[in-house]
Write a new protein. Structure first.
Length: 586
């Protein structure tokens, strides 16, 4: 049986094309955000070594993600078109595999078209699609999970050799684990599917039947998971975080009642946006829970022989997702339960489990057996359109918040201002919090996150054309706020005569911390001046005429009482003024 023939195949292609076009448009309007920047900066500064690939990143070890960051940073830095194409290909591949899997489970039933629409259109996966680092934690795992289940179903249906099937499923699981640790859920999902497919047994005997029929697969998966978890424990410091029972209950309610259930039904259709989370309206939560409950009851009443096992697998998967969230993030409070990064993978599990529940059941449209095929088709089309409308409403709510247009505008403005004056040097600072939160410390410095750009921006170097980067990315001349001056020079109009001998320039009060230093001078000939203080040194070329030079004094261990200046002997440089301070905010 071809999955793509007939009206159902045509409907599946229509659903797929709608998803591809819609997500392509939304991806084209999005850009990099938060983790994307500092991970790209780390990759740009690193060599492609095993140590880099298995680097601990906030408790995660994701070698294939690290490889993707490294390749982009070195081959196509900040090329959103490359990233968007990659993400769209992953989602498209996952949707195609889902259709093939639904076809094997449900045959030529229209319900597979409805389930495909849920998987392709659910807004729950939107945020993790438009954000690169989140997408790499979602779509490779989902694709590997679906591929593994499809291989198992083919094996169960007699269309694959056992040895080749075991090797292929294990290899798929390995790839998933190398992308993201959430792939540890693939083996339990496989076992749950095997139990649901164990039609030769009844009741609890299904557990033993599935265990014995695929025993070599489970042995290989157990060894694989044991090795992975052991290596993961050695390579990382897992972030747990303290949390109270109250916090865990609040996170659980947010995750289940206000995130997963509305998200699977195409919501939230309305609500308040709060950072990376969405707080759905109360009526949305109530209606979603009622619809979910009604759906579960219908599946139990009219589902196939494995309907209870299908629902149990879905409950177990959602519980496992929740347990992973509680183990590392419960201390953030209820808002973390609303974050779609931790729930978006439940979509593929829900679609798969509903298909297992429907497998072998009497056709639900049998109630319309006396009606024409056109009427039955109209009913299915109506359900798909209704879900499409719900998903469109949810998408419309989320898109303005998750397309990261501010990040694109920041970098675009900075690059345009730099192109207009490419000789400027930039004063380094933490990136605006809308671009990268300061939680990663020095990795959120502009000099780190912008290092991959082809412009090769210069930061904190001595320059007469030093510029500050505003929060919108625009470049502005530097001005000091509350400057601390040096004492007046002893040589009248010349101030401090700087030649081959070292000249000490004391400040009126000691300096402390990272500061800007402005050196005003004049000279008749070019000369190189070296400035030192407390183990720090910098040099600049003093040019003819009256000029000024900006230096960035780093945060040194002790206080700085004076600067030492020394020329190269080619000319005398008259330093008429030195002052230090913090820059005014542009």
């Amino acid at each position: 049986m071809s999955a793509w023939r007939g009206r159902q195949g045509a409907a599946a292609i229509a659903v797929l094309l709608t998803m591809v076009v819609g997500r392509a448009v939304l991806l084209a309007g999005s850009w990099f955000n938060q983790d994307d920047f500092y991970l790209s900066g780390r990759a740009a500064a690193a060599d492609l070594t095993p140590e880099f690939l298995v680097r601990d990143t906030a408790g995660h070890v994701n070698p294939l993600q690290q490889l993707a960051y490294w390749l982009l940073a070195h081959l196509a830095p900040y090329s959103w078109g490359t990233v968007a194409t990659f993400v769209l290909l992953l989602q498209t591949a996952a949707t195609v595999v889902m259709w093939l899997l639904l076809t094997r489970l449900l045959g030529e039933r229209w319900s597979r078209v409805v389930l495909l629409a849920v998987f392709a259109w659910a807004p729950l996966t939107l945020a993790t699609t438009l954000w690169w680092s989140a997408a790499m934690g979602l779509w490779p795992h989902v694709l590997c999970s679906l591929l593994a289940v499809w291989l198992l179903v083919r094996w169960r249906q007699g269309d694959a050799r056992p040895l080749l099937a075991v090797l292929a499923i294990v290899a798929t699981t390995v790839v998933g684990l190398l992308w993201h640790e959430r792939a540890v859920l693939i083996p339990p999902v496989l076992y749950g599917v095997a139990v649901a497919l164990a039609d030769e047994a009844t009741g609890w005997r299904r557990l033993w039947a599935a265990l014995t029929r695929f025993r070599w697969l489970w042995a290989a998966q157990v060894l694989l998971l044991a090795g992975f978890l052991g290596a993961h424990g050695l390579l990382t410091d897992v972030e747990g975080g303290d949390s109270t029972w109250r916090q865990r209950l609040e996170v659980s309610w947010s995750f289940l009642g206000r995130n997963v259930v509305p998200g699977l039904l195409g919501g939230p259709w309305t609500g308040e946006l709060d950072g990376g989370a969405v707080r759905p309206a109360v009526w949305v939560v109530v209606l979603s829970l009622l619809l979910a409950l009604a759906g579960a009851v219908l599946l139990l009443l009219r589902g196939g022989p494995a309907r209870r096992w299908g629902l149990a697998l879905l409950a177990g998967y959602v519980a496992a997702d929740l347990a992973l969230l509680l183990s590392g993030r419960a201390g953030f409070g209820s808002i973390i339960g609303l974050d779609p990064r931790y729930s978006s993978d439940t979509v593929h599990a829900a679609v798969l489990c509903v298909a297992l529940c429907l497998r072998g059941s009497a056709p639900w449209l049998g109630l319309l057996a006396s009606a024409s095929a056109r009427l039955r088709g109209t009913v299915v089309a109506g359900v798909v359109v209704l879900y499409g409308a719900a998903s469109a409403a949810g998408t419309a709510l989320l898109v303005p918040h998750f397309q990261n247009t501010e990040d694109r505008a920041f970098v675009t403005t900075l690059r345009a201002d730099f192109a207009a004056n490419p000789t400027v040097v930039l004063f380094d600072r933490l990136a605006p919090s809308d671009v990268v939160l300061p939680l990663v410390g020095a990795d959120s410095q502009l000099s780190r996150i912008l290092a991959p750009l082809p412009e090769h921006l210069r930061f904190d170097e001595p320059s007469a054309r030093l510029r500050q980067v505003a929060d919108d990315g625009s470049l502005h001349p530097v001005e000091l706020a509350g400057a601390v001056p040096a004492e007046e020079g002893p040589d009248g109009e010349c101030g401090y005569e700087v030649d081959s001998a070292s000249q000490t320039v004391p400040f009126v009060v000691p300096l402390d911390g990272r500061l800007l230093v402005r050196v005003s001078y004049f000279t008749s000939r070019e000369s190189t001046v070296t400035v030192t203080a407390g183990g720090w040194d910098a040099e600049f070329l003093a040019t003819r005429g009256p000029n000024e030079m900006w230096l960035v004094l780093p945060d040194l261990p002790g206080r700085v009482d004076a600067l030492a200046l020394r020329g190269d002997g080619r000319a005398t440089v008259c330093v008429t003024g030195v002052e230090a301070g913090l820059p005014e905010q542009p």
